[in-house]
Design a protein around this ligand. Structure first.
Ligand code: ATP
Ligand code: MG
Length: 423
């Protein structure tokens, strides 16, 4: 029979991995909610046209990475490659910014037809945050404070660095673009194939080329930062001052441009050295021009997205995931296979009496010794054994004590015990 396998670049998250996922998700959600952000749940399928307009036809995402198809009524549909566009669509469609601002977050799978490698998947997970209606550097700073808090809560803050830049306004960018194209034309012989194509479509993107042969030439290219008008300069200075006052270290990287066309002014990335070339764990910035592109109305906006798989890789690389397991607190075993129903009911009674405990039944009908060794493997803290004579054994593995009790008094025996399972 032909073996059916998962699609390249897409994988299941296995039960031994989900505890660390949940731990990470809970911490991130806790922080975003303490900053006053609200969850929005967005569809996974969107019209192709949404991304063509928002992300831009010249980007890698739209030009070669989308999973597009026709649905049964002939509509052009796609699996979303990123979250910002759908979030913007939602805000406009539901008139969510009429006389008010929005602070939103979402999490879920994104799809890009890229070459799979470490830290680069075709289905990956983003945790995204978007704000609407706030034009200042203060909200940009708030986003960065929040990411910093997230990294601190996960214990990775010492292993990521923040890079910032300003992309100015479209007008400032177009002036820079002119000079940039002139400059690259003078050095055309040094441009690789990708860059030659970008020279026509998206010359700014040449700046973030990783090609070692082009680095020196790129380093000397005209800097967008030198083209900022007064307001953009002020915005950038304000942001830097706010970061300084919170002691958040950063580097200004004039070559940081981001892949998406809708950014204005602030852009930032958090990068780790621990993961090789897929080192960007979070990217974000301001995109004041995007909403207007859809609704004709101006609405300032800014946000970021964290790549969850990359963040998890970092956590694993640093060994921070070792103690995050999801073992039961109590395993209920039984001496006589005929006691299986009794054991089932005993465990259920315990669950109702001890709502803090995770309780698991052994249903294998194996010899008691085997049941105990299974329980030990599970990492539980307590083993309860239903004896043939109707009495109940309570084995506290950490304290290494054994008690014999009646079923009625069992729950009471836990009242002065600790829940902490064994690591
Ligand atoms: P990269 O330069 O690494 O391709 P990007 O600029 O395409 O990233 P964004 O579109 O800004 O990335 O997405 C935000 C974050 O999502 C990235 O910083 C990264 O952590 C994560 N990410 C992007 N593409 C992938 C992917 N194919 N697999 C896993 N994570 C990804
Ligand atoms: Mg990419």
């Amino acid at each position: 029979m032909e073996k059916i396998q998962s699609i390249r670049g897409m994988r299941s998250v296995l039960p031994e991995e989900t505890p660390v996922w949940q731990w990470l998700e809970n911490r991130i959600r806790n922080i975003t909610s303490r900053y006053g952000y609200q969850e929005v749940r967005l569809p996974i399928l969107e019209p192709v046209a949404l991304f063509e307009r928002a992300v831009g036809e010249s980007t890698d995402i739209v030009s070669k990475e989308m999973y597009n198809f026709l649905d049964k009524s002939g509509e052009h549909i796609t699996l979303r490659p990123e979250g910002t566009s759908g979030c913007v669509r939602t805000v406009i469609e539901n008139n969510m910014c009429y006389n008010t601002t929005q602070r939103l977050w979402y999490q879920g799978p994104m799809f890009r037809y890229e070459r799979p490698q470490k830290g680069r998947l075709r289905q990956f997970t983003q945790f995204g945050v978007e704000t609407f209606g706030m034009p200042g550097a203060d909200v940009d700073a708030e986003l960065i404070f929040m990411v910093k808090d997230i990294f601190k809560a996960l214990g990775v803050d010492k292993h990521v660095r923040l890079e910032i830049n300003s992309l100015g306004t479209p007008e400032e960018r177009s002036e820079h673009r002119q000079q940039l194209v002139n400059y690259f034309m003078q050095h055309k012989a040094l441009l690789d194939e990708d860059s030659l194509r970008r020279l026509e479509t998206n010359p700014l993107r040449i700046l973030d080329s990783k090609n070692p042969d082009m680095q020196e030439m790129i380093e000397a290219a005209p800097r967008l930062l030198d083209f900022l008008g007064e307001e953009s300069q002020q915005h950038f200075d304000d942001l830097r001052r706010l970061l300084d006052s919170e002691n958040i270290a950063y580097v200004v990287n004039p070559r940081l441009v981001r892949g998406l066309d809708y950014y204005t002014r602030t852009v930032f990335e958090w990068i780790t050295e621990e993961l090789g070339s897929q080192g960007t764990v979070c990217g974000g910035g301001r995109y004041d021009g995007l909403v207007e592109l859809f609704s004709g109305k101006q609405l300032p906006a800014s946000g970021f997205a964290i790549g969850i798989e990359r963040l998890l890789l970092l956590i694993q690389t640093l060994g921070l995931d070792k103690d995050i397991v999801n073992q039961p607190d109590i395993v209920v075993t039984y001496e006589d296979p005929a006691q299986n129903v009794e054991a089932l009911l005993l465990a259920n009674t315990l669950r109702h009496q001890l709502p803090q405990y995770k309780i698991l039944n052994d249903f294998t009908s194996a010899k008691l010794k085997r049941q105990h060794s299974n329980a030990l493997k599970s990492g539980c803290r307590y083993i309860v054994t239903l004896n043939r004579d109707g009495q109940v054994g309570l084995w506290d593995l950490a304290a290494n004590t054994n008690e014999t009790l009646t079923a009625d008094t069992l729950a009471n025996a836990f009242l002065n015990k600790t829940i902490t399972a064994m690591a």
